[in-house]
Design a protein. Structure first.
Length: 225
């Protein structure tokens, strides 16, 4: 009776996951460390912990918290893991991991033809920012691609505009993309022309402001002796 009860508890305390994850993870560009982090996230989700910290995940593994962060970033960048914003009945905001993109890609026969092109976006952003992107920054880029359906070349053009304007941050890039969408700009050529027009307007505006504000800019021709 006691043994039967123990075995019953043992069988109930199980985590179910697709066998195909173990047989096909290398085809997704993953290694064994990535898989074990995925399994830990999956276990936490089944235990109603929707957003375990890297420290909590790493606590059950032989990797460090920093290594866990790198793997989470990799999974988000590969669009296998999402971070969602949730609102409860009191309209309080919380975050949650979502592994649906992984399961969909794992069981989908349709190849993602644009994956290589999209992957280069993250490399370009990290080069311009001079640091690895955070999971939320990677998720922002994925949202531009998946939800807003913005082509990778247009996102790269928006990054270029932010660099040229000296305003290298995600909020500014998002504003550029939304403004282009509002104006019906869908090609890189249109975006570059719009960027040139905007910069010319800004230069003209700054010149007119400087010309009026004589208290700030000393006129050497008129004020010198």
């Amino acid at each position: 009776m006691t043994n039967s009860f123990s075995f019953q508890n043992l069988m109930l305390n199980q985590t179910v996951f697709p066998t195909k994850l173990l047989t096909s993870y290398n085809e997704l560009g993953l290694d064994e460390r990535d898989v074990i982090v995925i399994l830990q996230i999956h276990r936490y989700l089944q235990s109603d912990n929707e957003f375990p910290t890297p420290a909590q995940i790493a606590n059950h593994l032989t990797i460090s918290e920093g290594e866990c962060v790198q793997i989470l970033r990799k999974l988000i960048q590969k669009r296998l893991l999402k971070i969602e914003e949730l609102h409860n009945e009191k309209n309080q905001l919380s975050e949650a991991y979502n592994l649906n993109p992984l399961w969909e890609k794992l069981f989908s026969d349709k190849a993602d033809e644009a994956e290589a092109n999209e992957g280069s976006i993250f490399i370009l952003f990290e080069q311009e920012f001079g640091r690895p992107l955070s999971p939320f920054e990677i998720e922002t880029i994925n949202a531009w691609l998946d939800e807003d359906k913005i082509i990778p070349a247009l996102i790269k053009a928006a990054l270029r505009e932010a660099v040229l304007m000296g305003k290298l941050n995600f909020k500014y890039i998002d504003r550029i993309l939304r403004e282009w969408k509002r104006k019906g700009i869908h090609s890189v050529e249109q975006a570059r022309e719009e960027g040139r027009t905007f910069r010319k307007h800004q230069v003209k505006k700054q010149y007119e402001t400087a010309k009026r504000d004589t208290s700030v800019y000393f006129n050497w021709l008129e004020g010198g002796k």
